[in-house]
Design a protein around this ligand. Structure first.
Ligand code: AMP
Ligand code: MN
Ligand code: MN
Ligand code: MN
Length: 326
């Protein structure tokens, strides 16, 4: 059973985040933490090693690398994290469907993925490949010849292709001026290249994560453009499926809606996570870039009993244990 805010007894005494890597008991005291980052293992532009170095330069001490549907970048990221005395939570961002809408679920793991999640990720990798074949077929009909080959060239490796690879191919071919236009005209919701039918249902991916001892976190809930009613239904279904957290703050987002979301999480006993969803330098977001963190009683995801091993490992010995929420 997730804790209520009232049972979060570490709240009053704990230190705030600082350069030593201690993890705050209160969500809004979080500094130096980013639990949603991408590397070249998926559609990010920095290698896991370069990503961790950038995070370190930006003063982060606790991060999760959460590539789309893969953990291929984690071994390299973990090695660099150790060398920089940073804490890395193993993670991944899983693609799925809920009521026909493409939804992302971040898996935060106490250790490397077990057999269930590894098998699930293999299924997602195959689904991603089949989806890319279908996206290519549709984009060829829309005027991009050899779409698959062009996207593969943009990816620059043999990892499973994603929509950003097709978006870059469309830009390179001169069909659109930039990436936002590529999504707006070809790849975004309702456009020809928006293919979701290959993804498993939300409850299926949540189950993979939970069965392997991970924590399922609903990624960027405010980015699906849902009505408030639909959002509450999504949160209810996600919780019923075994989901235990949601990203209360994802990059920059509307402050009023963030406060409203905090209430929705609290009422369901969901832990609150946060992350920039960083993909590449030069964009709007850098690792650790976040909108204002709401004050209140939400419980930070790093206090989840199954993740608190990460928290205590990097905390100074004098810090009250953050595992006390259970
Ligand atoms: P995929 O996982 O292949 O469905 O691709 C989704 C990814 O495309 C997201 O994680 C973003 O990195 C990127 N993306 C989605 N929408 C946009 C957009 N409007 N402009 C630029 N990139 C986007
Ligand atoms: Mn992405
Ligand atoms: Mn996402
Ligand atoms: Mn992401």
């Amino acid at each position: 059973m997730p804790p209520t805010a009232a049972s979060n007894s570490a709240g009053a005494q704990s230190a705030t985040g600082d350069a030593s890597g201690s993890l705050p008991a209160r969500f809004h005291d979080a500094t130096g933490i980013d639990l949603h980052l991408h590397s070249t293992a998926s559609d990010g532009r920095l290698s896991p090693d370069a990503l961790l170095h950038l995070c370190h330069r930006r003063g982060l001490h606790t991060v999760a690398v959460t590539d789309h549907d893969t953990v291929a970048g984690l071994a390299e990221a973990q090695q660099t994290a150790r060398s920089l005395d940073m804490t890395l939570l193993p993670g991944a961002e899983l693609s799925c469907r809920w009521r026909g809408i493409g939804i992302h679920v971040v898996a935060l793991l106490p250790a490397a993925p077990g057999a269930v999640l590894a098998d699930g990720l293999a299924q997602l990798s195959e689904a991603r490949h089949q989806r890319a074949v279908e996206i290519a077929r549709r984009l060829e009909r829309a005027g991009l010849a050899q779409a698959f080959e062009r996207a593969r060239e943009e990816a620059g490796s043999d990892r499973p292709l994603g929509r950003p690879d097709f978006a870059r191919a469309l830009v390179t071919a001169g069909l659109v001026p930039d990436l936002p236009a590529a999504f707006k005209r070809y790849l975004g919701a309702g456009r020809p290249g928006d293919v979701k039918t290959h993804w498993p249902e939300l409850a299926v991916v949540v189950d993979w994560i939970v069965r392997d001892g991970g924590v399922a976190v609903l990624a960027h809930p405010l980015r699906y453009r849902l009505t408030r009613r639909k959002l509450t239904q999504l949160l209810d279904d996600f919780t019923a499926a075994g989901g235990e957290g949601a990203e209360l703050v994802s990059g920059y987002q509307n402050e009023q809606r963030t406060y409203d979301l905090a209430g929705l999480l609290e009422r369901r006993g969901l832990y609150a996570s946060l992350g920039s969803d960083f993909h590449y330098e030069g964009g709007a977001l850098a690792p650790g870039t976040l909108g204002p963190l709401p004050t209140g009683n939400v419980v930070p995801i790093w206090q989840h009993p199954r993740l608190s091993g990460h928290a205590t490992r990097s905390a100074p010995a004098s810090l009250p244990t953050t595992g006390s929420v259970s």
